[in-house]
Design a protein around this ligand. Structure first.
Ligand SMILES: [Zn+2]
Length: 109
């Protein structure tokens, strides 16, 4: 992994990243020393559900998230919700109808 800005900070304060094996929710934990055993944080999205097991994932310098990381994260959090709301294909028709009705409100030339 190439060094990035902020890596000195990470060396002084290691960051560990965890991801829930059940829902994909992520959390980060700072450790004061490199050697300390890092205890997984509880899943933020677990609520009263069981089976949300946080697992250590390889840190990708998360303070400098790539766009694809952010998309992955959003997908994990909202993907199912968006799919449910949109169906299998984007609802292009709805937008088309909206533009049509907006166009009607325009004053005639
Ligand atoms: Zn979870």
């Amino acid at each position: 992994m190439a060094p990035v800005a902020g890596s000195v900070y990470h060396a002084a304060m290691p960051l560990y990243e965890f991801m829930c094996a059940k829902c994909g929710s992520r959390d980060e934990v700072f450790s004061r020393t490199m050697m300390a055993e890092v205890i997984p944080p509880p899943c933020k999205d677990a609520g009263s559900e069981s089976g949300h097991e946080m697992r250590r994932i390889v840190s990708k310098f998360v303070r400098h998230k790539t766009l694809s990381d952010q998309i992955d994260e959003a997908e994990a959090k909202y993907g199912a919700e968006v799919d449910a709301a949109m169906g299998s294909a984007p609802d292009v028709g709805r937008y088309a109808r909206r533009y049509e009705s907006l166009a009607k409100d325009l004053p005639p030339d």
